[in-house]
Design a protein around this ligand. Structure first.
Ligand SMILES: Nc1ncnc2c1ncn2[C@@H]1O[C@H](COP(=O)(O)OP(=O)(O)OP(=O)(O)O)[C@@H](O)[C@H]1O
Ligand SMILES: [Mg+2]
Length: 132
């Protein structure tokens, strides 16, 4: 895994905006890291890089935000994998859009084997190691 050391939220946003240029239709990207690591910040930067102009907020309560071809998932509060299955998560993953997934660990069996991973590690109040 390559590593980028971010020293601020703005640097993470800019890094993600660049990384987004490597994404292709159909990609599923797992955003990993502890609470407050910056997964949602990453998702904001990725959306920006993918040309999404509307405000990107955490889908914690709705599970999925649909930005038109870009889908942002937060699985933290999902009651179960079966529940995600019933919501049609697998169909989203194979629909040809770009899927950004927070807390994908909760739905491990539904994720495609070729999903990409971005791993955030807190190294200080504002320092984050971004593995990709
Ligand atoms: N270098 C950095 N990169 C990203 N976020 C940073 C950085 N430094 C500080 N932060 C702060 O860390 C917090 C990250 O919050 P964020 O909601 O993105 O975390 P999260 O991983 O999505 O958490 P959760 O698991 O609760 O969804 C924000 O308050 C942000 O301002
Ligand atoms: Mg989040």
């Amino acid at each position: 895994m390559a590593v980028f050391l971010s020293r601020s939220e703005e640097e993470t946003l800019r890094w993600a905006e660049q990384y987004a240029k490597t994404l292709r239709a159909g990609d599923v990207v797992l955003l990993e890291g502890e609470m407050g690591a910056g997964k949602t910040v990453l998702a904001k930067g990725l959306c920006r890089g993918l040309g999404i102009t509307c405000e990107v907020t955490s889908p914690t309560y709705a599970y999925i935000n649909d930005y038109g071809g870009v889908y942002h998932f937060d699985c933290y509060r999902l009651p179960s994998e079966e529940y995600a299955e019933r919501l049609g998560f697998a169909e989203y993953f194979s629909a040809g859009g770009v899927c950004l997934v927070e807390w994908g660990e909760r739905i491990a069996n539904l994720l495609p084997a070729d999903a990409k991973r971005i791993v955030l590690k807190k190294r200080g109040e504002r320092e984050r190691e971004i593995g990709f």
